[in-house]
Every structure is written in C-alpha cells, then in structure tokens.
Design a binder for this molecule. Structure first.
Ligand code: NAD
Length: 485
C-alpha cells in the first residue's frame, strides 16, 4: 500500500469535516470478510458531527457555487488523476474491507474514477435557455443553479463508485456534500477524502462521516432545512424510510434501490453468447450487485443446452481470498448474506427445484465463502423468484412462448435492470419496449458505464446517475422573466 494511503493513516483519519480530520468518543470495527480480522477501528459520527458537517458544507457552498465551471472542472480532474495514480492502493483497501478480488476492485476504482472525469467535463456543459418571445418588451430565460447542500448515503457493495457517482456530479453542478459511507466499508470513502484533500478541493466541499448510527445521521441531516437534496443508494426498505424523512422539509430525493433482474434466454438466442453474458452479469462481486441477474428465464427448446453450457462455465470459477488475484469470487459481506442465500435455496428445494450445482457455504475457506449454486425447475411462487438473492446462486426457470417470458420477467415490483438474449430484430424491438426496467441489456450482461443513465423504475427507485442526465439531479431550473425592454 502506498505511504499516502497506509492503513494506520486511515485509522487516524476518521471523520473528514470542513477540511479537518476529527475523532469522536465512539469507534466501530471494520472487519475483513475473508478472515474476520479487524482491519480498523474508526470514529463514528454523531448528531453533533452531522451538524458540523452541514455547517461546513453550507459555508463552502457560498464560494464553491461562485467558482467558474472551469475551476470546478479542474479540481475534479485533479481528483480523478489522483485516484487513478493510487488505483492499486485503493483497490487493496477495498478488498480488505469488502472482500471482492483485488483485480475486480481495481476495475471498480477505474469505474468510480470515470464518473469524476466525465462530470469534470459535464461541469462545462450545463446551460439554460432563452425562450421564444412571449411579449415584445419582455425576455424569458431559464437558468440552472446548484441545488445546495447534498446528503449522500451509499452501500457497501461498491465502496468507491457509489460515492463518486454522486459526489462528482454534485460538485460539478456547484453543490457541496455530506457523505455517509456504509459502516462495513468506510475506509474506501476516507481514502477518497485523503485524495480530495491532497488535490486541494476546498474545505467543506466534501465531508465524509462514517458512522454505525445511520438513523441518527439521516434524522439529523433531513431535519436541517439547509440540506436540499438526498441521494441514496441501498435497499428499497431503507430508501422508503428516507423518502418519508425527506418529506418534512421537501428535500429532493434520488433513490437507487434494489432490483430483481430477469435474464431471459429466447429460443433464437446465440447460446454461447447468452452463457457468457449471464456469467458477466451474475458473478461480478460474487453476485452482490443490484443489477445482477436474479431470475434466469429460459425458453423450453433451448433450456437443456443452455443449462449444460452454463454449468461448465460456473464449475470453472475459483473462490477464495480476494487478495489472491487468481480468485474470481471473494467472500460474501457477512453472515446474514450467507444465511439469506442458504434460506432461499432451501425454500426453492423444498418447493420442488432441482439442484444442478450444490456449492454453498465453504467452511474450509472460511464462514463467509459461498461457492456458486445452480438450481433449475424454479417457479414464480418460490421466495428466490421474489427476492434479491445477492449471492452467487443461479435460479433457472423455464417458460413456453415469448409472451410468457415477458410476463414472468415483469412479474416483480422491482424494475432496475432486465436482460434478454435473442437474435430476431422484431423480437428485440418488441421485448425492449415491453420490459419494465430502467436498464435493458440486449445480448449484453455488462451494462454499467459512465455514459449510460443508471437508475430504476417501480420499487427500484427515482432518478438517474451518470450520463449527461446525471448532473440535472443536482440543479434547480429557474425562470427569469425580464420586462421593460
Ligand atoms: P442498506 O439499505 O442496508 O444500506 C445502504 C446505506 O444506507 C448504508 O450506508 C447504510 O448504513 C444506510 N442505512 C441503513 N439504514 C439507514 C437509516 N435508517 N437511515 C439512513 N441510512 C441508513 O443496503 P446495503 O445492504 O448496504 O446495500 C445493498 C442494497 O443496495 C441492495 O438492495 C442493492 O440492490 C442496493 N444497491 C442499489 C444500487 C443501485 O444503483 N440501484 C447500487 C448498489 C446497491
């Protein structure tokens, strides 16, 4: 690990508020899911810390919003460069606290940094309108302004990218942020703050507050009228609670929530391509992604061939400590995740599913290691079809015709990602339009990119991140009507 990002330094640097590193009287442990060892004990933000961070962000907003877009762009670009210069060190920190294989972690650092680079450029492209003449003595204009202080709450499965996907557009727009990283992975967040400080992002513009008391954080944040926006990524249940909390002060919300992605394989699909793309979607981060294929729906006539080829691919996956870059899958995040996978598979088996690959918890590697499981004969009434699995479990369900495939795919209150494999142009057109999701992968299982708008419909959320739409979440539209001309 580089000197700049040594573990000891990060432990000492607990809360980053107003450009200062602060401690509190309460600490919580961060553990390595691969071996249960305590990686660090970090200070936990309390209500007082949240108030101090809002004060700092509000003060900084006054000057940050006055910077030219080029000045903001330059600072973001410097942050991007610093992140990429420390890509390997940041990846190692992530693997230590989150478990994903270190090469995959390095991929996330590059993905996370791509939002910083992209929004550094987008900062220069925000613009308003001059409207057609309504009255010959009047001009009507539309300008866009930064919304103000933004609260960001992020999940553990992407400890870096879920932060940059919010903070980069917020800063580009001229907003300042108060970020609560998840208690499982605060070190990746603090490391981003170390680099922001190093490149001179002004004090108060980025505030990072790890805490193990999320409730106090969000209640304190949302009670303050100076906070004008909350951007949350996490579970639907927590998102619903936060939306209620935001209603008191009518805080604008963006919610990136859970999913239950269908992956449909139609009878005209290229089966090898379908297997390859399912592997890409399903096993990234050991299945712990919100857009992971959750229900694999396969048309009758290609079912057996697909299952056979898929099984061979899954058997080649290596499970083990993420620090060994030979491994494809690291541990799951905690015991709850292992228990949840086990319960979902047991329920399916009790209701008649067939086990193709046994896998499951591997005590030899450690209690949180979970080998891939594949079951077939899944039906819509099984819990596994209705629940976000968040583990390397492939649940395969058969269907008859195209209408049934689409109907099964849409039979969920969630709508984040959906995938399908087909080759007939008319079918591709039809199904793309019929699937109820914010992101559709067509013969493609890897669909995240900084240029693609990311977000869901139904219980999967509100708003879009990344892309040229992403910055609008952090701006208000203001109408100027000038008379007497
Ligand atoms: P989670 O909802 O438990 O936690 C997410 C964040 O919310 C964490 O920082 C957590 O500390 C915080 N939190 C928990 N309770 C809170 C409260 N009462 N007030 C304020 N904050 C609170 O989710 P998780 O287990 O960390 O992440 C997994 C979930 O995130 C999955 O459902 C996954 O699909 C979803 N996710 C969605 C996206 C997306 O872009 N749509 C991306 C990644 C993860």
């Amino acid at each position: 690990m580089s000197e700049l990002l040594s573990r000891d330094e990060l432990i000492a640097k607990a809360l980053y508020i107003d450009g200062k590193w602060l401690d509190t009287d309460k600490h919580f442990d961060v553990t390595n899911p691969a071996n249960g060892e305590v990686v660090a004990s970090v200070a936990s933000a309390n209500a007082e810390s949240v108030n101090a961070a809002i004060d700092a962000a509000h003060r900084a907003f006054k000057s940050w919003r006055q910077c030219t877009s080029e000045q903001r762009s330059k600072k973001l670009r410097e942050w991007f460069d610093a992140i990429m210069q420390h890509q390997q060190a940041l990846a190692e920190i992530m693997t230590l606290e989150q478990g994903k294989p270190v090469d995959e972690a390095a991929g996330e650092i590059a993905y996370g940094a791509s939002f910083v680079e992209w929004f550094a450029e987008e900062a220069k492209r925000t613009r308003g309108d001059i409207l057609p003449m309504i009255d010959s003595h009047q001009e009507n204009r539309v300008i866009k302004q930064p919304i103000g202080v933004v609260g960001c709450i992020t999940p553990w499965n992407f400890p870096n990218a879920m932060i940059t996907r919010k903070v980069a557009p917020a800063l580009a727009a001229g907003c300042t942020v108060v970020v609560k990283p998840p208690s499982q992975t605060p070190l990746s967040a603090l490391a981003l703050a170390v680099l922001a400080e190093k490149v001179g992002i002004p004090a108060g513009v980025i505030n990072i507050l790890p805490t193990d008391d999320a409730k106090t954080f969000s209640e304190t944040l949302c009670a303050d009228q100076r906070v004008r926006k909350l951007s949350f990524t996490g579970s639907t249940k927590v998102g619903q609670g936060l939306m209620k909390l935001c209603s008191e002060n009518i805080i604008k919300v963006s919610l990136e929530l859970g999913g239950n992605a269908p992956f449909i394989v139609f009878d005209d699909a290229d089966i090898d391509l379908a297997v390859e793309q399912l592997m890409a979607s399903k096993f990234r981060n050991a299945g712990q992604t919100c857009i992971s294929a959750n229900r694999v729906l396969v048309q009758d006539s290609v079912h057996d061939a697909f299952v056979h080829k898929l099984k061979t691919q899954i058997e080649s996956l290596k499970v083990g400590d993420g620090m060994d870059s030979d491994n494809d899958l690291g541990p799951l995040i905690n015991q709850d995740a292992v228990d949840k996978a086990h319960t979902l598979v047991s329920d399916a088996m009790n209701k008649g599913a067939h086990c193709e690959l046994k896998g499951g918890q591997d005590d030899y590697l450690g209690p949180l290691f979970y080998r891939p499981v594949m079951i077939t004969g899944v039906t819509a009434d099984m819990d596994i079809s209705q629940t976000e699995i968040f583990a390397p479990v492939v649940a395969v369900q058969r269907f008859g015709d195209e209408d049934e495939g689409v109907q099964l795919a849409n039979d969920t209150p969630f709508g984040l990602a959906a995938y399908f494999c087909a080759s007939t142009p008319s079918r591709i057109h039809r199904v793309s339009h019929q699937l109820e999701a914010g992101l559709i992968g067509i013969n493609a299982g890897a669909i995240s990119h900084y240029m693609n708008p990311f977000g869901g419909v139904k219980l999967s959320g509100i708003g879009r991140e990344g892309s040229h739409y992403g910055i609008d979440e952090y701006m208000e539209v203001k109408t100027l009507v000038q008379g007497g001309l």
